[in-house]
Design a protein around this ligand. Structure first.
Ligand SMILES: Cc1cc2nc3c(=O)[nH]c(=O)nc-3n(C[C@H](O)[C@H](O)[C@H](O)COP(=O)(O)OP(=O)(O)OC[C@H]3O[C@@H](n4cnc5c(N)ncnc54)[C@H](O)[C@@H]3O)c2cc1C
Length: 382
């Protein structure tokens, strides 16, 4: 099955659902067909992790920025595309169908929208333009050695000193902290507090004395996650979202935004395409393999329908459990796809990297067990 089939599938799905109107779809298709060079498509196809190479991301970002489409969900007055959820979904899937580079910017998807929704005017002026241009890259500093699934157990200390907080402690598993210019983080401003009370949500510059980033090398050699140590780091108290002591509220709002901005169908379609191509290249497409690949495509079609339904607000179990269902399904499907990719081409670096990259999906953004708990509660299990 080649890319053109995927494009047709995306077109017909949206034509049927009427989710994004025909003029919009044609505009997006025309733009992508023209703007995506062979080189950019090759970089998109070569991506094995969560984002494409820095060079490809920079080149694709510049093109999207010029077109005004680098931040699909942001309002136009802040430099975004101002698209509806259905339009964003169409754009993501149409981009994936053509192997566009994957930007996966935390600034655009999570902290930028939070600053737009809850930040001060000074924060909007200071932070939004460099997020759009790519001059600032953000990482998320929530997890700590003793705080993962139970995030509210976090203990990074934020001690008030005049107009500043002094940060002492550490964060763990911080993705892309080794590249990021900024981190948004949760810290404990009230040492006597516990759980979700007494926290502050801070915007912190990474390049300053007292911050040490130690990359964690994974089994496949990848170095995307990090330990980050704060040794008396001085950071302005004004650089916070929400009130002191109300950090948990800001973090919950960020999670809501992340939920509404996250789409996965395109990523999964890319992975299936890679597995199909790997199987064809290895001459491994016998009847059994054909049936296994077809079954993955069917599961993906079902996933796409569910994702579109959730995005349209059509799910009765509420946004958080619906996100849990999507995260679980996507994780298991992605792993099943990359298992086949590795099976048919066990000695290629591409298949190995893709396989390993999807293993961690059962842990990050909430573990599978935690999401199953959320779903179980939503359907009334004790
Ligand atoms: C590749 C990767 C990237 C990450 N990126 C980031 C990042 O950028 N920023 C960030 O802040 N964090 C990040 N994380 C951290 C991630 O969010 C945590 O690892 C995750 O929340 C789990 O926390 P933990 O590792 O402390 O495990 P624990 O919470 O200690 O869990 C250990 C085991 O117990 C299970 N468990 C825990 N509680 C329950 C329960 N109530 N019921 C049933 N089972 C339970 C878990 O499912 C797991 O199997 C990343 C992690 C990984 C692996």
């Amino acid at each position: 099955m080649d890319g053109s089939f995927q494009i047709e599938a995306a077109r017909s799905h949206y034509a049927k659902s009427g989710a994004a109107d025909a003029a919009f779809r044609a505009e997006v298709d025309d733009f992508l067909d023209t703007a995506l060079t062979d080189e950019l498509r090759a970089a998109g196809r070569a991506t094995t992790g969560l984002k494409s190479s820095p060079e490809a991301c920079a080149a694709w970002r510049a093109i999207l920025l010029e077109r005004g489409w680098v931040a699909p969900s942001w309002p136009i007055e802040h430099g975004g595309a101002g698209w509806s959820t259905a339009q964003r979904l169409y754009f993501e899937n149409a981009s994936a169908a053509r192997d566009a580079p994957i930007l996966q910017s935390s600034g655009i998807r999570t902290i930028g929208p939070l600053i737009i929704a809850e930040g001060t005017q000074a924060q909007k002026d200071r932070y939004l333009p460099p997020i759009l241009s790519g001059a600032h890259e953000w990482c998320q500093g929530f997890s700590e050695p003793q705080a993962g699934s139970d995030l509210s157990a976090l203990s990074l200390r934020a001690e008030r000193d005049g107009d500043n907080f002094i940060l002492t402690g550490s964060k763990l598993w911080t993705s892309f902290a080794n590249y990021a210019t900024h981190m948004f983080l949760l810290a404990r401003s009230d040492p006597a507090s516990s759980a979700g009370r007494g926290l502050v949500f801070l915007l912190v510059e990474m390049d300053q004395p007292g911050i040490e980033v130690r990359p964690i090398r994974f089994i496949d050699g990848a170095c995307e996650t990090n330990e980050v140590f704060f040794n008396g780091v001085r950071t302005p108290a004004a650089d916070r979202i929400g009130d002191v002591g109300e950090g948990w509220k800001a973090a919950k709002r960020l999670m809501e935004i992340a939920r509404s901005n996250n789409t996965t169908t395109g990523l999964l379609r890319r992975a299936v395409r890679a597995a199909q191509q790997g199987a064809a290249a290895a001459g491994a497409v016998d009847d059994e393999m054909h049936a296994r690949l077809a079954s993955l495509v069917l599961r993906l079609d079902a996933f796409e329908a569910l994702e579109a339904h959730v995005a349209a607000g059509g799910i009765a179990i509420g946004p958080a459990p619906a996100t849990s269902a999507l995260k679980l399904m996507a994780t298991e499907l992605h792993q099943a796809i990359t298992e086949i990719g590795l099976e048919v081409a066990p000695h290629t670096a591409f298949a190995q990297e893709k396989y390993f990259a999807t293993r961690a999906a059962t842990i990050y953004s909430g573990t599978s067990e935690v999401h199953r708990n959320i779903l179980a509660r939503a359907i009334g299990c004790p």
